[in-house]
Design a binder for this molecule. Structure first.
Ligand SMILES: CC(=O)[C@@H](O)[C@H](O)COP(=O)(O)O
Length: 260
């Protein structure tokens, strides 16, 4: 079967796995998990990076140099559009990337994204030439507005960051995917390979995860499990599942190519 690669901001990606770099037990495990995930896009909080010398940074210096990663720095910690825009400009000025994950939350308890500030920041950063991937709530109207504002991909949450609760509203997510003309990446709240497969079978173009890999008992094995779940879910989506029915049909009947 012909598998189509994902393209974001004009860049063709071989992997649909977006991986966070925080909270691993140590840099060695982080590196092995990244390798096992086969992720190409790595995200990290800009506020945790030493922007004076990104090459010597504690997070980034451990990443294998031979692999060709695309960095997706994120604005986590920002509480307003103004703060997020300032952080993004700093990251670009220090040579990190002009790809930016807009992440704005004011509520420490839920870390849910602020929809209004997220839209404002997206509009500003798009107008400044950034490739913008906003992390947002799973609201179909808002996701459409972000697409119209020029987001290169839209990233609705499955559930709050770090909860591992999985996809709380598959109905909304299905609508978002159905309506979208840009890639939809499910970002945050996934906990297991089952959640990932569900996201991909709903038709998501990719998933972004950090906690379920970094905090697993064995992050390297979990990174591989998530990679396989992404591939299986995508393949199943492309193959087209059977419709759900209320009553049984004997599966031992004659094949349709004989009975017809
Ligand atoms: C690293 C990052 O960007 C997180 O803020 C992201 O939203 C992932 O969430 P989980 O940690 O729940 O996978």
């Amino acid at each position: 079967m012909n598998k189509q690669n994902l393209t974001i901001g004009g860049k063709e990606l071989r992997s649909r796995f977006f991986l966070g770099t925080g909270r691993y037990p140590n840099p060695f495990v982080q590196n092995e998990a990244i390798r096992a995930s086969d992720a190409e896009i790595l995200t990290f909080a800009i506020r945790r990076v030493n922007l004076e010398a990104p090459g010597e940074d504690a997070i980034l210096q451990h990443l294998e140099e031979e692999r060709n990663f695309t960095y997706l720095p994120n604005t986590s910690g920002a509480k307003t559009a103004e703060e997020a825009v300032r952080i993004a400009r700093l990251a670009r000025a220090s040579g990190l990337s002009d790809w930016i994950k807009v992440e704005i939350s004011a509520n420490e308890k839920t870390l849910l994204p602020d929809p209004i500030e997220t839209l404002k920041a997206t509009e500003t950063l798009v107008s400044e030439g950034f490739t913008v991937l906003p992390y947002t709530s799973d609201d179909p109207v808002l996701c459409k507005r972000l697409e119209e504002a020029g987001a290169a991909a839209v990233m609705p949450g499955g559930s709050p960051i770090g909860t591992g609760l999985g996809i709380l509203n598959p109905y909304n997510l299905g609508l978002i995917i159905e309506e979208a003309n840009v890639p939809i990446i499910v970002d945050a709240g996934l906990g297991s390979a089952m959640d990932v497969t569900q996201a991909m079978e709903l038709g998501a173009d990719g998933v972004l995860m950090n906690t379920p890999v970094a905090r697993a008992k064995n992050p390297v094995k979990m990174a591989e499990a998530m990679k396989l779940a992404i591939e299986a879910g995508r393949l199943s989506y492309e193959a087209g599942r059977i419709p759900k029915k209320k009553y049984a049909t004997a599966s031992s009947g004659l094949p349709s190519f004989i009975s017809n």
